[in-house]
Structures are given as structure tokens and as C-alpha cells.
Write a protein that binds this ligand. Sequence first.
Ligand SMILES: Nc1ncnc2c1ncn2[C@@H]1O[C@H](COP(=O)(O)OP(=O)(O)OP(=O)(O)O)[C@@H](O)[C@H]1O
Ligand SMILES: [Mg+2]
Length: 391
Amino acid sequence: MLEAYVTQFLEAFRPLAFPAGFGFDAFSREDVIAYLSDEAQWNFRFNKISGRGILYGVCHTEVRRSLLNGLDAEARMSIMDRKFKHFKVLPKLHLLLDDESLHVQDVLDIGMGDSVYRVDLVGDSGEVSSVVIKQEEWPSHSFFSQVLRIMGFSVHHAGHVIDDRGCWEISSYLGSDTAQRVLLGRDASDDFSSLLDQLAAQAALGDVFGRGDRHFENYLFYQEQLYPIDVSFLFWEGNEGWVWKYIAGGMMEMSALSIFSDQPEVLKAAKQRFFDVYLKTLASIQVCESKLVQCIEQYFGLKDPDTRRKVEYVRSRLLDVPGYFLAQKKIYEEAFEVMLARRVQKLRLQELVSASPDILNQNAWLKMYYLADRDRLSTFYLLEDHPEIQF
Ligand SMILES: Nc1ncnc2c1ncn2[C@@H]1O[C@H](COP(=O)(O)OP(=O)(O)OP(=O)(O)O)[C@@H](O)[C@H]1O
Ligand SMILES: [Mg+2]
């Protein structure tokens, strides 16, 4: 029975894999069995080499998640029970949520590239609450939550825990609406101004703090509030260069405005508004500068030599707000134009594939981009590194 389930899973992933040597292989039967049977294996992640610019698609994620989520609840719980015991999950949740009566009702994998678990808990009160737990080495999110609080932005993060079983990020579950999902599911009559304003504000904050990887699956939109998640890179030197790459690749806050690409007047107004909010947010960050600096110093400690650099990172971006704004605006606008041109290429690729699907088997990079950009706003992220890709 389980063997047939595993075979079915392997078959579902196979068409999404790439030729040997590309760096993104299908799962093997051994990979799957190891995850399902070894309680000490927390993560079921892609066989993908990182650092090579290899991207996965929503389709890869859906199949990956289906290994756990497709099991019936009893089988899923028996697998996760053993993992949770091994990794001492429940004691962490009891401590953090201050309720010893909580027990696990269900667990689902909601991660993209890695296993991130949504845990449904029920306690003496009988009320079900859900939290999210993932392995995370760096406590960046804890720190960034303090920044969000100082700025008066919404915060959902519960805590970063380090114990003898690893490092953990725990947060309250905020529903399934990533910014990506909301933007793609948009109806012509929807008013997205609140989401777009909050994206612009997060863009300014992200730039001042050198936050990377701000793509649309790393933002959740819950009860009209935008929450950054997966905060990993902060104070990243040269982050402005990455901002260009991400916007051009359709994967950063301003790229959201491409939903108006067919309405030039609306797009123009939306850009104006985006930059107004961006500039206003820079000014608010400047007002909070001393509190933010204090927060960096307290969190990372003055003994750590890197704390000075972090403080300088933020200060240097607030020294001349109008100047920084203009420099960023230039990067944003240039990259956005590149994104619009790539959207046309994306449509062209979709047409080519509809006409002759086999072209994807002739070029692994084309297949990668085709799958990575499907069901997303993204547009050939890092295409600038591939001058050989012509179609
Ligand atoms: N608190 C939360 N509430 C609801 N959904 C969440 C929450 N945290 C994460 N998610 C969902 O899980 C997905 C993956 O989480 P996250 O971005 O933290 O890790 P990841 O992208 O899989 O990890 P990595 O970047 O290490 O591969 C998110 O895109 C989001 O859909
Ligand atoms: Mg993520």
C-alpha cells in the first residue's frame, strides 16, 4: 500500500525533474523512504544544488508537499508524531504558548523548498489554534520583529528557539494568502491599494535594513495586514544590486505593480503612489533612527564587532534620505522596465510551449524558467546571467 503511494509520488514528480547534471534531480525512492521512516529527518527538501540560480516552480512545491499532505490523517500523524518527539516540538510549543494542555491534532507541510509545518493544536479550552514551525539557524526574524514593532507595523512572530535538537522559528499561522496568491487571484474590481501601500512600506524598510529574498511568497496578507516572513538576509552589503535583480525578475515589492501593465494610466498612478509611500516610510524610519540603532545594539550586542557595521549600514542609508530615495527610485524604475519587457518574453515562451511542448526537453534552462514562472508574477529571475538563452 505504502509502496504504491510512494511510486505514485515519484511518478508525479518525474516530469518536473531536469536532465542529470543540471542540478535539480527527481526524488529517489530512498529519499522518500528515509523521510517517511527516519524520525530524525525533519526536512523533505528538493535535490537541488543551491547557489547555481536553479529555481523551482509552484508545481514542484505542490508535489513535494503532497508526500506528507496526501497521506490520510492517521498515517500523517504517526509519521509526524515520531518526528515531533525526536525534535521535542511539543515542549517548545508548551513553553512558548504558555499552555501545557496543548496537544497536536494535525500537521501539514506548507513549506516551499523545505518542510515548514503548520501544526494544529488543541488544549483544555477545546479551541483549535495553528502555529508554524520551521528549522532556522539565524534569529533574523526575531530581530526584525522588534524593528517592525518600533515602526508600528504588524508582527506575528512568536519566537526563535535554540535547543539540543536545533534552531527553530515558531510563529502563529496566518492563513494561506501569500502576497503572490492575492495578487494573482485579483479580480478587476478588487481594491489593492492597502496591499500595495504596505508592500511599498516594506520595500523601504527592507532597503534600509538590507533585507534580501523579499519575494511574494515571503509575504503573507492576513486580515488586510501584510506580514514579512522568511526573514533571513539582513544588513546585506550590496543589497541594492539584488533589489534590481529581484524587481527585474518580478519578485520584489514593486514588481506587484505589473498587474496594471495593461492599463498605462493606472500603472502611472500606482507607481507615483508606491514612491510616495516609500519616501514617507523612509522619513518615518529616520524619525525612529535612534530607537532602531538602540535595538540593533541591544539585540546583537556591542561586543560583537559586526554590530558597528550593522548600525553603520542603517545610518548610511538615512544620512541623506532625499538622496537615497532618488538613487533607489532610479534602480526600481530601471528594473521595473526590464520586468515589463520580460513579461512579454514570458508570454512568448508560453505560446511557444503551447505550440510545441517538446522545446522544454531541448533546453533545461528554458524548462526551469517556464516552470518557475508559471502561476507566479515572476519573470526570468537572473536572466541577465544567461545571455545564451534565446528564444
Ligand atoms: N506564519 C505563517 N502562517 C501561514 N503560512 C506560513 C507562515 N510561515 C510560513 N508560511 C507558509 O510557508 C511557506 C514557506 O515558509 P518560509 O518562507 O518561511 O520557508 P521556505 O521558503 O520554505 O523556506 P526556505 O526559504 O528555507 O526554503 C510560505 O511561503 C507560506 O506560504
Ligand atoms: Mg520562503
